[in-house]
Design a protein around this ligand. Structure first.
Ligand code: GLP
Length: 242
């Protein structure tokens, strides 16, 4: 595992965007796994700026998002589909048909999960997966206790995750109770993983990831078994880590 320390959030975002853009230049038809949450927002905004300045092309890139809430229409401002359009897709030259996010309003969620797993496989797998981390160690929406063998599946969100994500909604009652997420084994099949960590509140989670045992009660600990993981974090998130 490689760790790159940035002085602050902005520098972390610059480094992460540079990292991703370099990969796109190298492999213009790459399959790029994307994450939501507040951590990658600065990275996406740097990618947009680079697109405007340098015209890095996304014409042949395919994106595959980690997760989506169950029950939110795609035009709901808190759906991850909306988040991705608003914060990245609408500002770069990517065709909508090249962007993939689980459909949280599918009539048959189990079938949708299987279809999403098949789609990732049929696209040739994920070349680079961007990840954030939840305070409880979740990756995607794989909450503590999720099997390391899991594939794309429906999850019941931990109450701590609903509380953490309530800041984006008007009230906790509005936060969906379930989501679709790539499973741990799905994420682990990515050829490369880039984990972004920012802010003091993530420091404990990063320490546990690096020093704690590999354990399903802390989903991110599985990343220690992957051959190609890079963490880019700011000083606050990486404090005390050598
Ligand atoms: C959500 C997402 C995760 C994300 C996590 C951390 O629950 N499903 O993919 O990593 O939140 O979010 P933030 O970056 O806002 O701390």
């Amino acid at each position: 595992m490689r760790i790159i320390e940035a002085n602050n959030y902005q520098e972390m975002s610059n480094l992460a965007a540079e990292y991703i853009i370099k990969k796109i230049h190298h492999t213009p038809q790459m399959n790029l796994g994307l994450a939501t949450g507040s951590t990658p927002l600065g990275t996406y905004s740097e990618m947009i700026e680079d697109y405007e300045k340098n015209r890095t092309s996304y014409a042949h890139v395919r994106t595959i998002n980690l997760d989506e809430y169950v029950g939110l229409e795609t035009n709901h401002p808190n759906s991850y589909k909306y988040f991705m359009k608003e914060n990245l897709f609408d500002h770069i030259n990517i065709a909508e048909g090249h962007t993939h996010i689980p459909n949280g309003t599918a009539s048959n969620i189990e079938k949708e999960c299987q279809a999403y797993e098949d789609l990732i496989k049929n696209q040739g797998g994920i070349d680079l997966q961007i990840l954030g981390i939840g305070n409880n160690g979740h990756i995607g929406f794989n909450e503590p206790g999720t099997s390391f063998e899991s594939k794309t599946h429906k999850v019941k969100l931990a109450e701590s995750t609903r509380i953490a994500n309530a800041r984006f909604f008007n009230s906790i009652q509005e936060v969906p109770t379930h989501a679709i997420t790539m499973g741990i084994s799905t994420i682990l099949k990515s050829k490369e993983i880039l984990l972004l960590v920012s802010r003091e509140e993530k420091n404990e989670a990063v320490k546990q990831l690096l020093n704690g045992p590999k354990n399903e009660n802390f989903p991110a600990s599985v990343l220690n078994t992957h051959q190609n993981v890079t963490i880019i974090g700011d000083k606050k998130a990486l404090a005390g880590i050598t």
